[in-house]
Design a protein around this ligand. Sequence first.
Ligand code: ZN
Length: 355
Amino acid sequence: MSFSALSSVTFDEQDANLFLVDDARLRADALKHSVLPRLRLATNTAIALVRDIYGIEVLEDSIVSTYPNFRQKRDTELSIKYEQVFVGIGGQRKDKWPGFSRKDGKPVQILPFRFAFVLDQDGIFTLLENGWLKGLETQSSDKLLRFHIDNQHKIAPLCFLSHMKPDIVWSDTLPLLAPFHEQYQFRLDKKLYDNHFLGHNYHFPVSDITLVKLVKNWVYFFPVYDAYIQIAKGLPHRLDTLIAKLSEWLRQHEDGIEMEGDLSLPDEIRANASKLAENKTRVMPALRWQVFQRDEWQCVACGQNSHGGAILHVDHIVPRSRGGHDALSNFQTLCAICNIGKSNRDATDLRRKVS
Ligand SMILES: [Zn+2]
């Protein structure tokens, strides 16, 4: 298993800046052509790592799910100023998920879970969403909460390992620090079926090394998502088997687990983040988005775009080391492959000349 697909894939303040750009069309284009392809790469890497660790083909039961999924009419997309995007997996739409039943007696085709990488103005985090599907019979929803009560002692170490936190119920009758099984019993009694797990938020800039960590976090928590899927299939969960496989993989691949590591942030970055939050007014789209927009969201050398799986980069035509400026006229859009092909000493303007 190699993480090389993620090398030089990063997220930075220019990505955060995007959520402040007033131009809805630019915002949507940048998400579609630049942000979502990078998140998709993280998801694909995670799916490959799941295969490696657990021997599970994720896509047999799940689909890759994307928000926004730009398949609707262009017009409606463009009126929306997206504030959050995600790529992850969710249960496939099937004729029947026999583990669940609906109040109206029809078969359950859509599952209320989603396990994703989410990006917003603050940073990037993992999320396991277990939303309450309204049409589901009470006993179906109860199954998921019971799973948490019965297996809390096994799930807790996965939470520590993957930096995932269950969201806590707030109530006058339930202490904030009640043990988790009491939390879940409370949900069960009150029929509070929304049950999410939220990962650590890695603030911008997110390096490729951090991205690998994020992918690992997701994969370390995968056994819980898998249990939901198994329950939906009407099968027993396989938490024990998957945890044993994960333990074995960790023993072979990790020299001890970082429980704290880079979770703290340099003050400078924190300051930047809060500055951004204050600046909820219009901002100039970061130079990167202006370059991509001018070059029509494709590599100027080979013409590849995100539909062909290209990850777009901004390249200095004249490198900084040779006096090149950070100006729109000195930037060009290159895909990752053409960018590697063009060495740093090379000052070629690769833009195809329009006659
Ligand atoms: Zn190219």
